[in-house]
Design a protein around this ligand. Structure first.
Ligand code: DGL
Length: 268
């Protein structure tokens, strides 16, 4: 039994899609979330820069006495999960392995599409993780950089998002993938658009859901679960502009986001 909070970080607001799943599946746990809103986006930065950011974000959360870390950002998971795991002694989880596991479980034809930031797709992290489970899988990666700003503008269901999605997803449709990994924190908000464009027969994977399940297992393994309580405590930290985080964050969590502090991440 351990009542310390779970630490979750992301490049900004998108990781709230992971927070949402963790809140659902682990309602008795407190969560401290850090959104690196001053340095977002991570999706087009180098592996070295992302790894440095991940170390700082992890140090900050450990300083707040969290019992485990979830790297909610796909790009940061792709580039830095191994070095974060190697350098910190508390349990660390990313979103790539859980997403890969769900894709390998769902596919029937072995043809799997991955969408994500430029960094995530270039890293081939999903491909490597899926091939460990399904060596003959055919993986097609496709960066969709415009999806992130569309979601942040609140345009997820708009005509523009359909136009952009049709353009980006066309090669995946043509290749006949039967499973598509939504490998970026923001994409679950575009699920309806992606579903409409890809058609009803393609399985859509939201790595956030599988990550929350993994987290539950890891906490149990290490005897770190908290007891159930009436009300969990959620605290948010950002590196810039708490007002914008609060305003846009509501769309991600489907509830009000408050209790937000701005911190200086460069100190860590
Ligand atoms: N959180 C990032 C990811 O999941 C998307 C936003 C960004 O580029 O920072 O890859």
């Amino acid at each position: 039994m351990d009542t310390r909070p779970i630490g979750i970080f992301d490049s900004g607001i998108g990781g709230l899609t992971v927070v949402k799943e963790v809140m659902k599946i682990l309602p008795g746990e407190d969560i401290y979330y850090f959104g690196d809103t001053a340095r977002v986006p991570y999706g087009n930065k180098s592996p070295e820069t992302i790894t440095k950011f991940s170390f700082q974000n992890t140090r900050f959360l450990i300083d707040k006495d969290v019992k485990a870390i979830v790297i909610a950002c796909n790009t940061a998971s792709a580039f830095s999960i191994d070095s974060v795991k190697d350098n910190f002694s508390i349990p660390v989880l990313g979103v790539i392995e859980p997403g890969a596991y769900a894709a390998a479980r769902e596919t029937k034809s072995g043809k799997i599409g991955i969408i994500g930031t430029e960094g995530t797709i270039a890293s081939r992290a999903y491909e490597k993780a899926i091939k460990k489970l399904l060596p003959n899988a055919e993986i097609l990666g496709c960066p969709c950089p415009l999806f992130v700003p569309l979601v942040e503008e609140g345009w997820a269901g708009s005509k523009v998002s359909y136009l952009v999605a049709e353009e980006y997803l066309e090669p995946l449709k043509r290749a006949g993938v039967d499973t598509l990994v939504m490998g970026c924190t923001h994409y679950p908000l575009l699920k309806k658009v992606v579903r409409d464009v890809m058609g009803p027969d393609v399985a859509l994977i939201n790595p956030a859901e599988e990550t929350a399940i993994d987290l539950m297992k890891v906490l149990a393994q290490h005897n770190l679960q908290s007891e159930l309580k009436d009300r969990s405590h959620y605290k948010y930290y950002v590196s810039d502009n708490p007002d914008k985080f609060s305003k846009v964050g509501g769309n991600f969590l489907n509830k009000e986001v408050f209790n937000i502090d701005k911190i200086d991440i460069e100190r860590y």
